[in-house]
Design a protein around this ligand. Structure first.
Ligand code: SF4
Length: 236
């Protein structure tokens, strides 16, 4: 999966850029998932049915022939939300402190990026507006950067790659010193998928689980060393 964040100060055109990129990828036939991070919650129309339920319930889900959504009245870890998106490309608007993916930094001045982890930047983008958006050539250039260099780390900060955090590893990927496949949490002895989507596993947990399961199964008739596949069906 390709992923990129768009970060920058207020009113530097993050949404304008995000919308243009989302449109570009969609026109290319890719499924785009957008994540928006906000420190202040999200504006919603007062008095709608779902808004009234949301004021009382901890979680509201809605579905119709044209759209579906789930809304929680609390912050959820991004790791819990990403598997729901079913996307080829993730565009995250905001989330400056999140160091699991590279980023575009929207800036008003050349040196405006120092608070936005420039070591994770694929590019600095001059501030734009809805009325003065980036050119189509520029959007194509940025989209190609995402396809060539976009990535998503699991965000476990387990240090198994020898870095203090996923952000440090992401910076090394960005500078060409590492590759996303070097993340030990996604390349261990064990692959676990949930509803078809891979789950990141701390290497320690992966080793414990794989050793324990192999030891138990080795007592069964028919066991032979090799790759094992177990499927646990929900509701069974
Ligand atoms: S091994 Fe992967 S999940 Fe763990 S800190 Fe490194 S990049 Fe993050």
């Amino acid at each position: 999966m390709k992923a990129v964040a768009i970060v920058g100060k207020k009113k530097t055109g993050k949404t304008t850029l995000g919308l243009a990129l989302a449109q570009y990828f969609t026109d290319k036939g890719l499924k785009v998932g957008v994540v928006k991070h906000s420190h202040h919650g999200f504006d919603e129309e007062e008095g709608t049915d779902t808004q009234q339920y949301k004021q009382i319930a901890s979680c509201v889900a809605a579905y119709s022939p044209s759209q579906s959504f789930v809304s929680w009245n609390k912050e959820k870890p991004l790791q819990d939300l990403l598997p729901l998106l079913d996307a080829d490309v993730i565009i995250m608007e905001g989330g400056n402190m999140l160091g699991w993916m590279p980023r575009f930094i929207t800036v008003r001045e050349d040196n405006d990026d120092k608070d936005f982890f420039p070591e994770l930047a694929l590019a600095q983008i001059p501030a734009c507006t809805k009325d003065n958006p980036p050119s189509s050539n520029e959007i194509e250039r940025l989209a190609q950067l995402v396809m060539e260099k976009g990535f998503l780390l699991p965000g476990l900060n387990c240090k198994a790659c020898g870095r203090e955090s996923c952000k440090d590893f992401a910076a090394d990927i960005n500078s060409g010193k590492a590759r996303p496949e070097g993340c030990k949490a996604t390349s261990g002895r064990m692959d676990v998928t949930c509803n078809g989507l891979p789950l990141a596993l701390n290497p320690f947990v992966s080793d414990i689980l794989s050793a324990g399961i192999s030891a138990m199964l080795s007592q069964l008739k028919g066991y032979a060393p090799g790759d094992l596949k177990i499927t646990i069906k929900s509701g069974s």
